[in-house]
Ligand binder design. Structure first.
Ligand code: GCO
Ligand code: MG
Length: 405
C-alpha cells in the first residue's frame, strides 16, 4: 500500500476549499481538507513544494509515523499552514485505511459511543426579533442547541449576521481585499443581555443556547459578560477573549460560571494544554483541518477527557465537507463528545462536489457506514468553480484602532 501520487485541488463553489487526494499503488485513494480561509494558496505551495515530495513511496498504512514525520520531523513546527497540510494528509490516510479495512473510520477509532451526533444551528438577524424568529425556526426543525448572533445597533456589520448586515458568510469567494468593519464594545453590551433575556422568554428553558464573542472582548470584559449571562444558562460562551496568553482564561474563570469554549484557531495540543489541564474551559473547539487531522484531534480529545472538557469541533462553512466527515467520526467515537457546530450542507454545488450520506434528523447527525471517511471529491464537478482570491474581514475600533476580527 505505497503512496504513489498526491494531488492538491482548489475550488470555489461560493468559497475556496483546498482538497488533497492521496492515491496508493493498489489504486485505493483517500481525501483530506487543507482549507485555511484567506490563505489557501499558502497551504497549496507548502504541500506541493515541501510535503508531497517526502511522502511518495511511503507506506500509506503508517499514519502515525507519517504524522510524526510531518510534525516532529520538521524543525519549523506548528502553525496553521503547516498543520493544515499535515491534517489533509492525515485525513486522507485514515480514509484509505478505512476503505482497505472495509470499515468506517469511527470503527478504527474504537467504535460508537452514541447513536447520533448532537448539532447546534446558527440563528442570526438584523435585530433581536429577527434573530429569535430564526431561532424558533431551528427549534421547530428539531435543533436542541442554537447559536444566537444579532446585529449590534449602531454598527454597520456584525460578525455572524447575514443579509444587509452581512459579515463572513456571504461573498466569501469574492473579497479580493479584506473588507473593514467597526467594533464597539459599549454598543455590543447595550444589546447582548437583552438578546438572551428575550431568547429565554421566547424559546423556553429546554433549548441550549450558544454565543460566539469572536474574541472581541478583553478578559475582564468577558468576565463581566459571562456573569451577566449566568441567569440565561448558556451551553457555552465561545471565544470570549483571545487566549494567546492562556492566563486570560484564569481571570475570566474566577468571575463566572458560564461555561467557556475556545479552540477553532488552535493548531496543536500545546495551544490548548494549559486551558484544559487547569480546567479553564468546558469545550475544546479544535478543527481537524487546523489542528493536524484525526490523529491529533484524537489525542487532544483523550487529554481533554481527563479534565472534564468536551469536544465541540468547529463547524463553520469554510471547513469542507471532508473536515465535517472527519469530525463526524471523532464525535461518534469520543466518549467526551459535547456538540457539533452545523451550518447546513450548502446549496446543490457543495453536495455535488463533495457527495456524502450523512443524515440530519431532529438536530442530530447520523454517520453512514461507508468505509473510510464516507465522503467523496468530484474533481470534474469542482473544475467549474475555479479559485478566487478572497479574504476574511478585518476589524477596527470606532477611532480607527486595529482590533480582533
Ligand atoms: C465559528 C467561527 C467562524 C469563523 C470562520 C473564520 O464559530 O463558526 O467563529 O465563524 O469566523 O470559520 O474562517
Ligand atoms: Mg467561532
Amino acid at each position: 500500500m505505497i503512496i504513489n501520487n498526491i494531488e492538491v485541488f482548489v475550488c470555489c463553489p461560493g468559497r475556496n476549499f483546498v482538497t488533497v487526494k492521496v492515491t496508493t499503488s493498489e489504486g485505493v485513494y483517500g481525501v483530506g481538507d487543507a482549507t485555511v480561509n484567506g490563505r489557501e494558496q499558502a497551504v497549496v505551495a507548502l504541500l506541493e513544494e515541501h510535503v508531497i515530495p517526502c511522502l511518495i513511496g511511503r507506506n500509506a498504512h503508517d499514519i502515525e509515523d507519517i504524522w510524526q514525520y510531518l510534525y516532529r520531523g520538521v524543525y519549523w513546527r506548528k502553525g496553521p499552514i503547516n498543520m493544515a497540510a499535515t491534517a489533509a494528509i492525515d485525513m486522507a490516510l485514515w480514509d484509505i485505511k478505512g476503505k482497505v479495512a472495509g470499515l468506517p473510520v469511527y470503527q478504527l477509532l474504537g467504535g460508537k459511543s452514541r447513536k447520533g451526533v448532537g448539532l447546534y444551528a446558527h440563528a442570526n438577524g438584523e435585530d433581536i426579533e429577527q434573530t429569535l424568529d430564526n431561532a424558533q425556526k431551528h427549534a421547530a426543525a428539531g435543533f436542541k442547541a442554537i447559536r444566537l448572533q444579532s446585529a449590534v445597533p449602531g454598527l454597520d456589520v456584525t460578525y455572524g449576521v447575514l443579509g444587509d448586515k452581512k459579515d463572513y458568510f456571504e461573498m466569501q469567494g469574492n473579497r479580493p481585499l479584506p473588507p473593514e468593519e467597526t467594533w464597539s464594545t459599549q454598543k455590543y453590551f447595550n444589546m447582548i443581555v437583552e438578546l438572551f433575556d428575550r431568547a429565554r422568554s421566547r424559546l423556553g428553558n429546554e433549548i441550549q443556547l450558544v454565543h460566539d464573542v469572536h474574541s472581541r472582548l478583553t478578559p475582564i470584559e468577558s468576565a463581566r459578560l459571562g456573569k451577566l449571562l449566568e441567569p440565561y444558562n448558556l451551553m457555552f460562551l465561545e471565544d470570549a477573549s483571545m487566549a494567546e496568553n492562556q492566563d486570560n482564561y484564569k481571570l475570566i474563570r474566577q468571575h463566572t460560571t458560564t461555561p467557556l469554549a475556545i479552540g477553532e484557531t488552535y493548531n496543536t495540543i500545546w495551544d490548548c494544554k494549559d486551558l484544559i489541564q487547569n480546567q479553564l474551559i468546558d469545550y475544546i473547539r479544535v478543527a481537524a483541518t487546523h489542528a493536524g487531522g484525526i490523529t491529533a484531534l484524537r489525542r487532544i480529545t483523550d487529554f481533554a477527557a481527563m479534565f472534564n472538557v468536551k469536544l465541540a469541533p468547529h463547524g463553520a462553512p469554510d471547513l469542507s465537507p471532508i473536515c465535517f466527515a472527519a469530525h463526524m467520526h471523532l464525535n461518534t467515537w469520543a466518549p467526551n463528545f459535547g456538540v457539533q457546530e452545523f451550518v447546513g450542507f450548502g446549496d446543490q454545488d457543495l453536495p455535488q462536489i463533495f457527495p456524502h450520506n450523512t443524515e440530519i434528523v431532529d438536530g442530530m447527525a447520523y454517520i453512514s457506514d461507508a468505509p473510510g471517511l464516507g465522503v467523496e471529491f468530484d474533481e470534474e464537478a469542482a473544475k467549474a468553480f475555479p479559485y478566487k482570491r478572497s479574504y476574511l474581514p478585518i476589524s477596527r475600533l470606532e477611532d480607527g484602532t486595529m482590533w480582533n476580527w
